[in-house]
Design a protein around this ligand. Structure first.
Ligand code: ZN
Length: 592
């Protein structure tokens, strides 16, 4: 999410697969002709038939979008091109967000596990997809391992599945920046690179790490057996918690002795587009430049995340859990003393700012997590007193993000209901959350693409917004179960995995037609696929980079996107969007 530097002189080398495409096409057409079929599994897919390229759950709705005029469709088995389902396309509906004329192909009744594609006479065939109960398991695995790929201060190696995806330890030199109130060298090992750049930011770490810890709390039964093949695998702790701990340990290092947390640790300027081990700039602990040097938003985020950690690590490492609880309490005390110290980049520092002029919502989240963990009435008293100022945020038709964390506070109060929780508040949070979820469900049903995004949501990181609508719906389902919430969360996942106007799967190396060129420094080598499992930022009507500014004027918002490394405003990756994707994917996995 950090604004990153630009790189000049883009020239995209064709991938091997693209070079082979004409040959495959001729071969396929020949085969199809010989077999006298209208489509076969090796025929190039039409971008006008949009499917979730990963697939669909057997018992869930299965909808594809067709944007060329046609009347009916067939679902064919990929292995032998046999027809297993036939149906009529729905009426053409104009979609203002994309400019497309949309017809829906509904094959929900097909439940038999397998690998399939759609054939639409007069249009062509779709990319293949699967129907299976564990259809999203591998995507979850890659999306979680993408965090491992972002680890800083250590050698990273994705192993035999991705043999070329590794690098030696990076960013080993750290120092206190003058703005931090301290000076001298600083241990620099730990944390995840935030995005396409190599900075680390406590505020964005807050929502990203908090979301992963919640993923474990809410969906642990689905995740406990999933091995991520990371260095800690097999140590007795679930791997999602092993991976989250890598960043949490760094967040704890950002905690000063007085209880406050420094805002970020980055170089002074964005590095060149180089591999992490080739960025030799010093990583600075950056503060506010004057007393008390730490920022309230960062400190409250640390308090919230450490309070969750005190709960979830308890069964696996009680000592680590206790260390987190102590840090959370200490950070909370600091925010009582300094309730709104905000952060701006000090002179000479131009990396991401993650500026936020109001830290009341971060404090609400911290108080609620501390109450949920400890049952100490001082935290609930604060929460109850603040509640009237924040309850309306549940009705806002936008999901939580790194800057707006009130929903996380309100939800955790309700999810962690305990003796002493205010019953009226609990009922009110449940009611407001359900009403918001219901409104999102209805809106999504009316959207031609069946995505929860509205025109105003095509902002920097719109794919993260789509994933966060999924988070919101799955949290609503955890509070008041409703199959429509889960179905609508899945709709947003289908959008991200290929059922969108570009027919692109927005997770690297996933699906038959993934995007190729994220704004992500370790993926700069365009002769090979990018690092796997990473969610793109997505369409952005704000056009804050030159690639987007050069797209035709008048494009509808959902089309303002470029699969271009230089388009940091539409094609960067970031840990907060990634965490929302992981949460959404985890909610689809089978319980083992
Ligand atoms: Zn690094």
């Amino acid at each position: 999410m950090a604004k990153s530097s630009r790189r000049q002189g883009t020239h995209r080398a064709a991938t091997c697969a693209r070079k082979l495409l004409p040959f495959v096409f001729v071969l396929c057409i020949g085969l199809c002709f010989a077999m006298k079929q209208t489509a076969c599994a090796t025929e190039p897919a039409s971008a006008q038939i949009k499917v979730d390229q990963v697939g669909y759950l057997p018992a869930s709705a299965k909808i594809a979008v067709v944007t060329a005029p046609a009347t009916h469709f067939e679902v064919k088995r990929a292995s032998d091109d046999s027809t297993v389902f036939q149906g009529e396309l729905g009426p053409a509906t104009p979609d203002v967000d994309t400019g497309d004329s949309v017809q829906l192909a509904d094959f929900s009744k097909l439940r038999e596990p397998g690998t399939y594609y759609l054939n639409v006479p007069g249009v062509g065939r779709s990319w293949t997809f699967s129907i299976r109960r564990d259809v999203f398991s591998h995507t979850y695995y890659l999306a979680m391992r993408a965090f491992y790929g972002q680890r800083c201060g250590t050698a990273v190696d994705l192993g035999p599945e991705f043999p070329e995806y590794k690098h030696p330890a990076c960013h080993l030199k750290g120092e206190f920046h003058a703005s931090s109130g301290k000076q001298g060298e600083r241990d620099n090992v730990g944390g995840w690179h935030d995005a396409g750049d190599y900075g680390r930011y406590v505020v964005n770490s807050g929502i990203a790490t908090g979301t992963l810890l919640w993923t474990w709390e809410i969906f642990g039964a689905r995740l406990k057996g999933i091995k991520l093949n990371i260095p800690e695998s097999g140590n007795g702790t679930p791997d999602i918690l092993n991976e989250a701990r890598w960043n949490l340990e760094w967040m704890l290092k950002m905690h000063d002795d007085d209880g406050g947390a420094w805002h970020k640790q980055t170089s002074e300027r964005f590095p060149a587009f180089v591999m992490p081990e080739d960025d030799h700039s010093t990583s600075m602990v950056v503060g506010t430049g004057k007393e008390p040097y730490k920022s309230t938003c960062a400190t409250a985020d640390l308090a919230a995340v450490a309070a969750i950690a005190a709960r979830v690590y308890q069964p696996f490492d009680a000592k680590f859990a206790a260390r987190n609880l102590e840090a959370a309490r200490k950070a909370w005390l600091w925010t009582e003393k300094y309730p709104n110290v905000t952060f701006k980049n000090p002179p000479g520092v131009t990396t991401g700012e993650y500026g936020d002029d109001y830290c009341g919502d971060e404090r609400l989240w911290a108080a609620a997590e501390l109450w949920r963990t400890t049952g100490d009435p001082k935290y609930s008293e604060y929460f109850v007193k603040q509640y009237p100022d924040f309850r309306a945020s549940l009705e806002a038709m936008t999901p939580e993000d790194w800057k707006d964390l009130a929903d996380m506070g309100l939800w955790t109060y309700a999810l962690g209901a305990r003796k002493g929780s205010d019953p009226e508040l609990l009922a009110d949070i449940r009611k407001r959350t359900a009403q918001a979820a219901q409104a999102i469900v209805e809106r999504t049903r009316k959207n031609p693409y069946h995505v929860s995004l509205q025109a105003k949501d095509y902002v920097w990181g719109s794919n993260g917004v789509a994933a966060s609508y999924g988070t919101e719906l799955l949290v609503a389902n955890a509070l008041s179960p409703d199959p429509a919430y889960v179905a609508t969360a899945l709709d947003n996942l289908h959008y991200l995995l290929g059922r969108n106007t570009f027919s692109l799967c927005w997770v690297t190396q996933v699906g038959a037609n993934p995007y190729h060129h994220p704004h992500h420094r370790p993926s700069a080598d365009k002769t090979r696929e990018p690092w796997p499992g990473m969610l793109s930022g997505g369409p952005n009507a704000g056009r804050q980079d030159n690639v987007l500014r050069n797209l035709p004027q008048g494009l509808p918002p959902a089309r303002i996107y470029a699969d271009d490394q230089d388009s940091y405003a539409s094609n960067e990756i970031a840990i907060n969007w990634q965490a929302a994707l992981v949460f959404l994917l985890a909610g689809t996995l089978p319980v083992n």
